[in-house]
Design a protein around this ligand. Structure first.
Ligand SMILES: [Zn+2]
Length: 164
């Protein structure tokens, strides 16, 4: 809780003013209650209560700013796998880097290598992943703090903020 509050000012500024630069991001999500969710054409899966981290990159027009704004919004037409989960999960924070190469596969590997981490749905967000990631969504049923996330992703420019 202390760790969360120390990071919250950074997270808030990230939410209010994410860069329009392109880059890689990680969404820290919390699912308060276990749910069975349909994830588009992948099918329906059981999601236990807990923390989830989704990694992605935004290298199209609008960059991180547009992409993060989209993830922050609810009640939108589901397009990506993450949209189905986001509808039910609270967005705790976003970590991003404007490094010029896409980092999501490396981040996915680092996160899934953590003790207590698991892949809840094979290929979630990674149907066309060129690095053959197991998924771009990693579950932390026992929880993961903002500080732990920043340490794992190890980005000097990483920021995390709190949102609703
Ligand atoms: Zn990947």
């Amino acid at each position: 809780m202390n760790s969360e509050s120390s990071a919250s000012s950074h997270l808030r500024s990230a939410i209010c003013d994410p860069p329009s630069a392109c880059g890689t991001y990680a969404l820290a999500l919390h699912l308060a209650h276990a749910k069975n969710l349909r994830i588009g054409k992948l099918g329906t899966f059981h999601f236990p209560r807990g923390d989830y981290v989704y990694v992605g990159s935004a290298f199209s027009a609008g960059g991180l700013r547009a992409r993060i704004a989209r993830h922050a919004r609810k009640n939108k037409r589901a397009h990506w796998h993450i949209d189905y989960l986001r509808e039910h999960a609270r967005l705790r924070g976003i970590i991003f880097t404007d490094a010029s190469r896409a980092m999501e596969c490396e981040w996915s590997r680092r996160l899934s290598a953590c003790a207590d981490a698991n892949i809840p749905v094979a290929k979630f967000g990674a149907m066309d992943c060129r690095n053959k990631c197991a998924a771009h969504l990693i579950a932390f049923p026992r929880g993961i703090t903002s500080n732990q996330l920043c340490e794992i992703l190890d980005e000097g420019v990483a920021q995390i903020a709190n949102s609703g």
